[in-house]
Design a binder for this molecule. Structure first.
Ligand code: ATP
Ligand code: MG
Length: 397
């Protein structure tokens, strides 16, 4: 494994105009946070970012950097002295490393860039010489030239004191650095969807705090741990996640006692929104985020969304609104939340699940159904009993 990486930032950062430095600064800070405590040096060099691993495990460094929002990709690079023979040998080694991970033959091309104009060969010559050498040493059964659509692009960069050779590209998430879009409050259940919604909000640069509603003692300690674990995983992507755990039992009991059963889910959701909004104001968050996807379940019809939304003026971001369950599950697997989400612990909503939830609830009916509840007092009480924990990246290791 190589000990130097170059990091490409997401294309959207590059077009930020006069705000670009602010986005780049956030990206660098987040990268440093991701490898905090490891022997790694991150330097800004001209238009790009270089990472020098000094004693840490390079694989671990690569894994962490490719989780940082705003990183579009990274490439391990090998360095060679400014001598054509050395460059060719290095190029061959780099290509062979890459071939070891693929089934051959692989199509490839060579690109060269000569920043150091004192180097005796020009870029096209470097390309040709390196290409010819690598090809002759690897053999046609392993490598084939294809300059139009190659599977492998070997890049040689001749700089002031060294040449850099690379060919592997490891994708990062792209997007914008966390911390550049302001703060949001994620309604985090123990399910598959909401952690993915939180990750997507992070990917657009939002700082994510999470709020979870539990019905202890009807929901168990283990169910709470599961949600903590999900928040920790999100913290590996976003640096940190503050989780607010709200005691929802009293509210659910009151709903059960005083409201028509078919409206219980709608009313529960309306309480969640009200409480989340209050907490968002306190925490200076500017939007709520949920894992809802249009039509997925009874409470996610447009009628439901209207009736639930009615209690708040805050923007509610629903990053999954147009996604299929299958795609959400794939993303959950990719970001590492899936295995935790499918653990079978009960959720506050499943415990109080009505037999026939209203799929098209109406605002006026919901208002009528809530009439006997002392809404403000219930909200105040729940907020008072809220416990907050801060998870940082380090908690998950
Ligand atoms: P998820 O997989 O995120 O649980 P879901 O498909 O189970 O979603 P619902 O149970 O209808 O859908 O919940 C819709 C959204 O409401 C969730 O994505 C989440 O944002 C929020 N939510 C539901 N239950 C809770 C809870 N106990 N605490 C916090 N938020 C919740
Ligand atoms: Mg759920």
């Amino acid at each position: 494994m190589y000990t130097t990486f170059i990091v490409r930032m997401g294309g959207e950062i590059a077009i930020k105009g006069k705000n670009r430095p602010q986005f780049e600064k956030a990206l660098l800070e987040n990268m440093r946070l991701a490898v905090k405590g490891m022997a790694v040096k991150i330097v800004r060099m001209g238009g790009r970012i270089e990472v020098h691993v000094e004693g840490a495990d390079p694989q671990e460094v690569a894994d962490r950097l490719t989780q940082v929002m705003g990183v579009s990709s990274i490439s391990p690079v090998a360095e060679a002295e400014l001598d054509m023979d050395k460059i060719k040998e290095t190029a061959l080694r780099v290509v062979q490393d890459a071939l070891a991970k693929r089934s051959t033959p692989v199509t490839f091309k060579v690109e060269a860039r000569r920043a150091n104009k004192l180097f005796p060969l020009e870029s096209p010559q470097i390309m040709q010489e390196v290409g010819r050498y690598v090809l002759s040493q690897s053999g046609p059964d392993r490598l084939k030239v294809d300059v139009r659509n190659p599977e492998l692009t070997l890049m040689v960069e001749v700089r002031e004191s060294k040449a850099y050779v690379m060919c592997d590209v490891i994708d990062g998430p792209g997007g914008l650095p966390v911390g550049t879009a302001g703060r949001v409050m994620l309604l985090l259940s123990g399910g598959i969807d909401s952690p993915v919604a939180g990750w997507l909000a992070m990917k657009r640069g939002a700082t994510v705090e999470a709020i979870h509603f539990h019905s202890f003692p009807f929901t168990s300690e283990r169910a709470q741990e599961k949600v903590n674990d999900l928040a920790k995983i999100l913290a590996t992507h976003g640096g940190r996640v503050r989780l607010h755990n709200v005691h929802f039992t009293e509210i659910q009991k009151e709903i059960r006692k005083h409201c028509p059963e078919e409206y219980s889910i709608t009313i529960m959701r309306r309480f969640m929104m009200r409480i989340a909004e209050k907490l968002a104001h306190r925490r200076k968050a500017l939007a709520l985020v949920t894992g809802e996807s249009l039509g997925q379940v009874a409470s996610q019809t447009l009628e439901s969304m209207n009736t639930i939304n009615h209690v708040t003026n805050m923007p509610i971001l629903r990053p999954l609104v147009a996604m299929d369950k299958r795609d959400i599950m794939d993303l959950a697997k990719k970001i590492g939340t899936y295995e935790t989400s499918i653990l079978p612990y009960e959720d506050c909503c499943t415990i109080f699940l009505p037999k026939n939830p209203k799929t098209r609830p109406k605002v006026h009916e919901a208002l009528a159904a809530e009439e006997k509840l002392d809404i403000d007092a219930l909200i105040e009480e729940a907020l008072e009993k809220t416990e907050s924990i801060l998870f940082t990246r380090a908690d998950s290791m």
